[in-house]
Design a binder for this molecule. Structure first.
Ligand SMILES: [Fe+2]
Length: 206
């Protein structure tokens, strides 16, 4: 049984950056539907007891094509949104400290350079998808973008996402309409860098 994380803040807590109606719809409708559909498909495929990270890294093991597709789309939606909602906070924004800050600067030049590169990838993703910051067990950081509910776990190269920007229209259209770049800029005001740093350290500890 796969469960949505409990939101550690109210729907209106991320105002004015992310509006309450978007948060409520995103969590209680979109994310809830991905989670229900994942549970249904995983049950049918006999993989309901697996870890979601394992499932998404080994989709080829699911022989039934329709179930594999359902688990890719809805399992991705389940996992991606658990990550997304858990790395936002009303006390977010600013910059990380410590090891993650050092590694971001080493990898991308400076924090603003990192922000520009990730924002560019997310803004440039054609259609629905995500922009990602990922790491591997050696602590190497990379940026990428993916379509639909795909994520770096599915690429099978040992990289695990530690921060994701949802650029599906459902994440921003009510407030930002077609201005995806404005939403991405606002998203940086609610990033919980402590949560991202904790994800970073978890992947490195294996
Ligand atoms: Fe979403």
């Amino acid at each position: 049984m796969f469960n949505q994380i409990q939101l550690p803040y109210a729907y209106d807590a991320l105002e004015p950056h992310i509006d309450a109606l978007t948060m409520e719809t995103h969590y209680s409708k979109h994310h809830a539907a991905y989670t229900k559909n994942l549970n249904d498909a995983a049950q049918k495929a006999g993989v309901a007891d697996k870890e979601i990270t394992f499932l998404l890294s080994s989709l080829d093991n699911i022989s039934d094509e329709a179930l594999r597709k359902a688990i890719r789309n809805n399992g991705g939606g389940f996992y991606n949104h658990n990550l997304y909602f858990s790395t936002m906070s009303p006390d977010g924004g600013g910059q990380p400290v410590g090891l993650l800050k050092d590694e971001l600067e080493k990898s991308f030049g400076s924090f603003p350079d990192f922000q520009n590169q990730l924002s560019g990838l997310a803004a440039g993703q054609f259609g629905s998808g995500w922009g990602w910051l990922s790491t591997n067990r050696d602590g190497k950081l990379i940026l990428s973008a993916s379509a639909n509910q795909d994520n770096p776990l599915m690429e099978g190269n040992g990289f695990v996402p530690i921060l994701g920007i949802d650029v599906w229209e459902h994440a921003y259209y009510l407030k930002y309409k077609n201005l995806r770049a404005d939403y991405i800029k606002a998203f940086f005001n609610v990033i919980d860098w402590k949560a991202v740093a904790s994800n970073y350290e978890s992947v490195m500890k294996g």
